[in-house]
Design a protein around this ligand. Structure first.
Ligand SMILES: Cc1cc2nc3c(=O)[nH]c(=O)nc-3n(C[C@H](O)[C@H](O)[C@H](O)COP(=O)(O)O)c2cc1C
Length: 183
């Protein structure tokens, strides 16, 4: 019998976010497709990070992370920070990653992001070969005009970056948006 080889691709496309953290003057960014909202009250967000990631050590040391949502047009940057490790490369310098200047930010905030969740770690669970960091959302940043007055992502202005697997990224078709009330 051959061993089950699971790629997780059945659960894709999934938002391809960039997870950032910093500690002791060192900043880092990595691509992250495994992440999820966990609670409204308190506001909690989960980041799933393998222990060997350089980012993992920075999150443990600083007790904080930021989830940066970048548009599909920036998929190349997402792929770059998902290909090399901060163990070997200072990605902020190597890829000239631009940051938002926000005083007291808990983690690097990417200038290209249309939305960012700043989180303080409140819990950590080992889940198989990854760790689930539970972060309390302490600050939310929105790019001006990225969201509609109702609070939805404005798909005519922002093309979210969705990950399909391997090196493939897709985005949404705003014309496919339909209201279904379930009634
Ligand atoms: C689109 C994409 C999504 C990824 N999602 C995750 C993830 O959710 N969790 C994880 O631990 N690694 C994920 N990875 C792998 C890391 O981003 C990759 O190993 C990265 O080089 C780690 O960087 P670091 O060692 O500097 O932290 C993903 C890679 C890509 C390209």
């Amino acid at each position: 019998m051959t061993a089950l080889h699971w790629t997780s691709y059945e659960s894709y496309p999934n938002m391809a976010a960039v997870l950032t953290a910093m500690h002791g003057g060192r900043k880092n960014a990595m691509a992250m497709a495994w992440h999820a909202p966990l609670s409204f009250e308190p506001p909690l967000y989960g980041a799933v990070v393998a222990p060997e990631r350089f980012t993992h050590g920075l999150i443990v040391a600083s007790g904080a992370f930021a989830v940066n949502f970048l548009p599909w047009e920036k998929a190349d940057l997402i792929a770059r920070v998902g290909r090399v490790s901060g163990h070997r490369v200072d990605k902020f310098r190597a890829f000239a990653i631009a940051e938002r200047a926000v005083p007291d930010a808990l983690a690097p905030l990417l200038a290209d992001a249309y939305a960012i969740l700043e989180c303080r770690v409140v819990d950590r669970h080992r889940v198989g070969d990854h760790d689930l960091f539970v972060g309390e959302i302490v600050r939310i940043h929105h790019q001006e005009g990225a969201f509609t007055p109702q609070g939805y992502l404005d798909l005519n202005r922002v093309h979210p970056a969705l990950y399909l697997g391997r090196d493939w990224y897709v985005t949404t078709d705003p014309a496919s948006a339909r209201r279904h009330s379930g009634r």
